[in-house]
Ligand binder design. Sequence first.
Ligand code: RFL
Length: 390
Amino acid sequence: MKTRVGIVGAGPSGLLLAQILHNEGIPSVIIEHRSRDYVLERIRAGVIEPGAVATFVEHGVGDRLLCEGLPHQEMQLRWNGQMHRFNQVDEDGRQLTTYGQSAIVRDMIEAREAAGLPILWNAKVDTVEDIEHAPRIHFTRDGQAQTLDCDYVAGCDGFWGVTRGLIPDIDTHMFLKEYPFSWLGILTQSAPNPDKRGYAHSLRGMAVASSRSNTICRHYLQVPPETDVNAWSDDAIWDELDLRFADEGGETLNRGPILSKDVVRLRAFFCDRMRHGRLFIAGDAAHIVPPSGAKGLNLAVGDIRILAEAIRRHVTAGDSGLIENYDATCLQRIRSTVHWSNRLAQTLHIFPGQTDFDTQMQMTTLNKWAHTEAGNREFVQSALGEPYPV
Ligand code: RFL
């Protein structure tokens, strides 16, 4: 098999890259380890920056997002048992949109299938040879070893993928932080509470209440890192959410059947080398941010815009400028987004051994974001995301 761009992974990064390349008339093949159903059912991101929404719309996969996405004009953050409303619309009217990542992934898979373009499901990439000159991707499908020859390889295979490890000395280019806690997440069939949303800073640990639609919610609890999801009964999860969201009004969260439960470890990492020869890594393969910032998918969109444009310039005009500057261009946005996400995580969570002094410092930051003009502007701009360089 042969193509122009071999894409490893059918997550949001790989699918968006394939879509943009297709619109530019550049052929690609996506190789995905998991089944179509597995990829469609993976529950993840929900908060999308205006620049990412515009990117999906511009490339023909944003119609449903525009119709069904929920505008997100304010965020609620509570501490000391009091709710504070944060404006999330800037002076140009830009705002965030809530739309599940699985819905975006579905929209992009359906667009690709409607165009009759290839996604190889259940195909695990093992390695890539001759990365510097004529890349050949080796993968296993249905127990059979196969290869794909291409001019460029896009490593869109997430944090646990193989492509990052193909960049020489990558360990010395990686910056990693493991947070001393996890998030226990639940997907529930329940109506959102208009005044019990957003983040709760509580001495019991942070909590999040968010909605996917008018009948489906996604809530999280900060829990110790090695938490067994089965150790928490459904009632215990609801009770703990209510304790962390407690305020004077006494309102509790609307309860309903818990459709799924999971625990994710919080970490942040990025690497300052994202390219080797004709291999480029993007999205979660190159960086992870703690989910409190809701930035992972949005960062991936930034990388993919740059990568697609770099390949387009090289293919159509032989211009290798952006290819050579791929990591430096991506890193401008990555560094500041990792910085913001880490700051938010440090301010919202309760850390082991946290003292009253530490808690006072967190509240000073929260008060500044909520109640000063400069603090609020910083908060809104960081939440809405920086402009894309390309
Ligand atoms: P993905 O989504 O991990 O996809 C990688 C794909 O590569 C496949 N793969 C392979 N395929 C072939 N061969 C191999 N050897 C392979 N190894 C792996 C995998 O099966 C998979 O299909 O990475 P991608 O595309 O870069 O997308 C990144 C986003 O998924 C991620 O950043 C977001 O989900 C992060 N995130 C959020 N981002 C936001 O922008 N807004 C949010 O509100 C938001 N909420 C979240 C989140 C992530 C969360 N978790 C999972 C910690 C909430 C949570 C709880």
